[in-house]
Ligand binder design. Structure first.
Ligand SMILES: [Zn+2]
Ligand SMILES: [Zn+2]
Length: 348
């Protein structure tokens, strides 16, 4: 038994032949196991979809009720047998409902971690370390330059700016699924209890988080507020809207962007960001390398980002390692998701 007999990299994503399914397929397939709700991993149009309840719900929010032929829920710690393979789901700590998928056959275990982070996040279950033989890791921030630091320190910077400039509005660009809700929860953790305003593209997903018991305090829609009321307030919006005419409705806005890419000054300048906030839902270099080592895996498959440095690092550790070169996984930290989350009929 070789790892490739369990999960085989194909152009459509990794495929389990004996279980008859793909994980996070990039094109429509008969049976898909989906790690989380971001649009590059969770696409509409598959025959059957197996995922956590939250991932299925978020796909419904984005694509409507008929996003797949049929659906099946799997909870954290639960095992489902598909063909000859045992499929178990473990928290990935990335966004609400995100899961690592462990696939076992004849005593060999491969873990496809999807996107993950190994730091605490008040809006989702913490990453669970799973011992395995082969670990498939993302590499969005797979370079030693990426060290995200403490998100609470970034939130403190934001709140200090709000205090210093009470006549200005603060616009925080943040991806609509996961990042926006995490930023709100981190702001609430400090005791900030004023209403927090939302761009329309975040309305449904934020309500969904609240319906799952995640306390985000009072949120209001920006389109229902008058310009003068927005002085001294915080609004979450998709990053692309920071440069949009939409931002003109705010009094003298301070533009902020919450992303792991804000570690790179050129990126902040490129987005005309006045206050960069280094907050990421992906593991940084230390997180990636520590996690790889801790899984005990002797073989590492690297996908989804800057693969070379992580493959090189793994080889130096004496592990087998290879890039998967699957095309089609985007980067929600860089793009803003406004088109896929807004949907028809949602006004900004
Ligand atoms: Zn993701
Ligand atoms: Zn991703």
């Amino acid at each position: 038994m070789r790892p490739e007999d369990i999960l085989l990299p194909t152009p459509a994503g990794v495929c389990c032949k004996s279980g008859g399914f793909h994980i996070d397929p990039t094109r429509p397939v008969d049976k898909a196991v989906i790690t989380h709700g971001h649009s590059d991993h969770a696409r509409a149009g598959h025959g059957a979809v197996l995922a956590t309840r939250e991932t299925l719900d978020l796909m419904r929010v984005r694509y409507g009720d008929n996003f797949a032929g049929s659906t099946q829920e799997i909870g954290y710690g639960e095992t489902v047998t598909l063909g000859g393979a045992r499929v178990t789901c473990h928290p990935a700590g990335h966004v609400l409902g995100s899961a690592q998928i462990a696939v076992e056959l004849d005593g060999l275990r491969v873990v496809a971690s999807g996107d993950y982070k190994n730091v605490s996040d008040p809006t989702c279950a913490p990453f669970e370390l799973v011992q395995c033989d082969v670990f498939i890791t993302e590499a969005t921030f797979g370079l030693p330059v990426f060290r995200h630091g403490n998100a609470d320190v970034e939130i403190a910077k934001l709140l200090r700016s709000v205090t210093l400039f009470p006549e200005r509005a603060h616009l925080v660009g943040a991806y609509s699924l996961g990042k926006a809700q995490r930023v709100i929860a981190l702001i609430r953790k400090t005791g900030y209890d004023h209403p927090i305003y939302l761009h329309g593209a975040m309305e449904k997903i934020t309500s969904y988080y609240q319906s799952r018991g995640i306390d985000l305090g009072r949120t209001e829609l920006v389109r229902e507020a008058k310009k003068a009321e927005l002085a001294g307030t915080i609004t979450l919006c998709p990053p692309s809207t920071l440069k949009d005419v939409w931002s003109r409705r705010f009094p003298d806005p301070v533009t902020c962007f919450a992303s792991g890419w804000m570690r790179v000054r050129a990126r902040a300048r490129q987005h005309l960001v006045e206050l960069p906030l280094v907050i990421s839902d992906h593991a940084d270099w230390d997180g990636l390398t520590a996690t790889i080592a801790a899984t005990g895996a002797s073989e590492i498959w690297v996908t989804h980002g800057q693969e070379d440095a992580l493959v090189h690092w793994s080889l130096i550790q004496g592990l087998q390692a290879r890039p998967l070169d699957i095309v089609g996984y985007g980067d929600e930290d860089e793009t803003d998701g406004v088109t896929e989350t807004a949907g028809p009929g949602v006004a900004p």
